[in-house]
Design a protein around this ligand. Structure first.
Ligand code: PLP
Length: 361
């Protein structure tokens, strides 16, 4: 059986060495030394000024919305994981969907201005599959209309835009360190900002609003993460370069093997680097896509319709139409890619796909 993803695990002894330290200190959570160490190392690795380690990428989005004090309408993408939309709704704001670019799969900046109303407070855009949005265009619109920008950078570990980590852009960027991500801390996430004030606010909000042992400033939530999660993050960070390199090779192999099939692929954004977090392919029709997934499953290969459905079609969203996002959602499949997937396994998956196209009619 080959799954669409498989979490990276560091050598067990390396994790257990951290566990020994935790046992000796008996300090399990509440901003412990391993959490602080991980924040420092992540900032160094990703070349960022500020980053807070939080308990997941969804809370990261909610903290960002709260810390920026967003109200009313938030312009967002329909082509993302459901958490991008639910974070907006959970914070009592209204998502306003703007369709995506057919090549990059990211929100189409050309369509943003027409969706702005007097109630719009922000743009929340996802760098889909780690492919950066058209950041310059989004920032120009945000400045012109005095809107805040949050990037859902859940997929973006190691991705750069114009020579800097993509996390360095926007008022706040949010990343996920969930076990399925290429770099992870089992569960986990991060908020990144260039503003010391917003950072301070998010740090307080992450910890129930504590501004001292008996002193609370504003409403907070429990967004903290534990020493055990930080330990996993510290172990895995040592392997981040290898993981990125290995995925680039797997990506290249898929590209070579699938080159002549009737499939389209996401186009990398200009001035960006890719982390190869996913291997999405787009079929000509939904029927072909679903049938191919079934065929692969029969052979023990588990793909994922990621992202499906288009978020503007969620049952709790008023009926809206986003033609491009809906069309791509219906026809996209992510193929297995993870650290350690072998050349033979990729060859086999590609052979199954080729055979499917050969005999499908
Ligand atoms: C685009 C996107 N946003 C947000 C999240 C939520 O992250 P987490 O699972 O860490 O809460 C995910 C997780 O898969 C995601 O893919």
């Amino acid at each position: 059986m080959i799954n669409v993803t498989s979490p990276f695990l560091p050598p067990k002894e390396e994790y257990l060495a951290y566990v020994d330290e935790i046992w000796k200190r008996n300090w399990l959570t509440n901003n412990g030394p391993l959490v602080n160490e991980l924040e420092l190392q992540l900032k160094r690795y990703l070349q960022l000024d500020h980053l807070l380690f939080v308990n997941n990428g969804t809370i990261a989005l909610q903290l960002a919305i709260r810390a920026l004090d967003l109200k009313g309408e938030i312009i967002t993408t329909p082509f993302s994981f459901v958490a991008t939309t639910t974070a907006i709704l959970w914070e009592h704001c209204t998502p306003v969907f703007v369709d995506i670019d057919k090549d990059t799969f990211n929100i189409d900046p050309k369509l943003i201005e027409q969706a702005i109303t007097p109630n719009t407070s922000a743009i929340l855009a996802t760098h889909v599959f780690g492919n950066p949005c058209d950041i310059d265009a989004i920032d120009a619109i945000a400045k012109k209309h005095k809107l805040k920008v949050i990037y859902d950078a859940a997929h973006c570990f190691g991705t750069e835009y114009k020579g800097k980590s993509v996390l360095a852009y926007g008022d706040v960027s949010c990343i996920s360190f969930h076990a399925t991500k290429l770099y992870h801390s089992t569960e986990g996430g991060g908020v990144v900002t260039n503003s010391p004030d917003i950072l301070k606010k998010m740090a307080r909000m992450r910890n129930f609003g504590h501004a001292g042992p008996y002193n609370f400033e504003g409403i907070g939530i429990n967004g903290k993460n534990s020493e055990f999660h930080a330990a996993m993050g510290l172990c895995n960070l040592k392997y981040a370069d290898d993981i990125l390199e290995d995925r680039a090779q797997s990506h290249e192999l898929y590209n070579l093997r699938l080159a002549n099939l009737p499939l389209t692929q996401q186009k990398p954004t200009s001035h960006s680097t890719q982390n190869h977090a996913y291997y999405p392919i787009v079929f000509n029709s939904e029927e072909t896509c679903v049938a191919a997934a079934k065929e692969l499953e029969k052979q023990g290969v588990y793909t994922r319709r990621y992202f499906y459905p288009s978020l503007n079609k969620l049952e709790y969203i008023p009926d809206t139409h986003c033609k491009v996002s809906q069309s791509i959602s219906e026809r996209i499949l992510c193929l297995p890619i993870y650290h350690g997937i072998s050349e033979a396994e990729i060859d086999m998956i590609c052979r199954y796909l080729k055979r499917y196209f050969q005999y499908k009619s």
